[in-house]
Design a protein around this ligand. Structure first.
Ligand code: TXA
Ligand code: MG
Length: 318
């Protein structure tokens, strides 16, 4: 069983010994391994039961460490790194020979970010090696935002969980790639398209949904085991037709159509950042609540709402 603690030295020891360790970040918990240890990287895939065709995000302590892993760091990447790191933005850049092919699923690019969490930044400093870390959940299940959720999902498979409290942002990083001087969002996330455009003073491209141009960007993802559907509005006819115990996951107002005990609000204050912070925690709660169906409501498609809706859409594709 995993030990849950805050001992950075112990986390370093396990990682140096070729083990995987769950680490806190500002987005979600990651399942980390040293990128130079092939066996440890295999363990990451095995623990998550993740297809090896799905590349991993590399976490480093700062921009200089990121540059050590790439052959090119275009000016737009430099601007974004300076504006958002440490923070929830992942840059996809051409890799050099330091980065093993097992991290990138054989692609010539590597996804890199500097996480904004004091424990993990200190861990990266002390270890002085990059860490590959996908979210610390079984493949296709809900990402964890607390050490306890990691323990419940993976505790019997990993030795140590570094407990950094509840993740501050609650939704994964935004992933961007650089193509012919254009910046393209491959996965919407905690940094909004508008924030990126403001820094670059240029329009960013959005990856069209559902085509799997990049390995690992699957249609279905982040899903609870309970069947889930996504709607714009909860109507009487929607509720009436459903058999069994139904839960509602709503933005800011309870529905009069069901008991409030069976409803969770992502943000009673209509605050989309709070909704993102609550998203996975609420999905974990509802999935453990013995329901036959979760009906979730789309968030306003503005700011971080776009990233929340992306996750809700994928969670509902079962
Ligand atoms: O916030 C986050 O990004 C969290 C924390 C732990 O840092 N990590 C995370 O990792 O969400 P994961 O494995 O759940 O998602 C990684 C995504 C996948 O969709 C994968 O396809 C994409 O990153 N990715 C990794 N390397 C890539 C590459 N070279 N090109 C395109 N996409 C890549
Ligand atoms: Mg994930």
């Amino acid at each position: 069983m995993a030990i849950i603690g805050t001992d950075i030295k112990e986390a370093v020891r396990w990682l140096e010994a070729g083990e995987t360790v769950a680490i806190p970040t500002e987005t979600v918990y990651g399942l980390a391994a040293v990128i130079f240890n092939e066996e440890a990287i295999h363990k990451v895939y095995a623990v998550k039961v993740r297809p090896v065709s799905n590349p991993l995000i590399v976490h480093v302590a700062g921009i200089e460490k990121a540059k050590e892993l790439t052959v090119d760091f275009p000016p737009a990447a430099e601007q974004l790194a300076r504006a958002f790191w440490p923070g929830p933005l992942t840059l996809v850049l051409p890799k050099n020979e330091m980065v093993p092919d097992s991290i990138t699923a054989g692609q010539p690019t590597v996804a890199i970010r500097v996480p904004d969490h004091p424990l993990t930044l200190q861990l990266l400093e002390e270890l002085n090696k990059p860490l590959a870390a996908p979210s610390a959940n079984p493949f296709n299940y809900i990402s964890p935002v607390t050490a306890l959720q990691v323990d419940q999902m993976l505790g019997n498979k990993i030795p140590y969980i570094l407990d950094g409290g509840r993740c501050q942002r609650g939704i994964e990083s935004t992933i961007v790639a650089f193509e012919n001087n254009k910046v393209k969002i491959l996965r919407p996330g905690a940094v909004t398209a508008a924030a990126i455009e403001k820094v670059l003073q240029q329009e960013v491209l959005q990856k069209k949904e559902t085509n799997i141009a990049h390995p690992g960007m699957f249609k279905q993802h982040y899903s609870p085991l309970t069947p889930m559907m996504l709607v714009d509005e909860v109507t009487p006819s929607l509720i009436k037709g459903k058999k069994g115990k139904v839960a509602l996951l709503l933005f800011d107002k309870y529905s009069p159509l069901a008991s409030e005990n069976d409803q969770l609000l992502l943000s009673a204050n209509s605050d989309l950042d709070e909704a993102a912070w609550n998203l996975y925690d609420c999905l974990h709660q509802l999935d453990a609540g013995g329901y036959d169906l979760i009906i979730a409501q789309n968030m306003p498609q503005e700011g971080i709402g776009a990233a929340i809706n992306d996750r809700l859409t994928k969670a509902a594709q079962q």
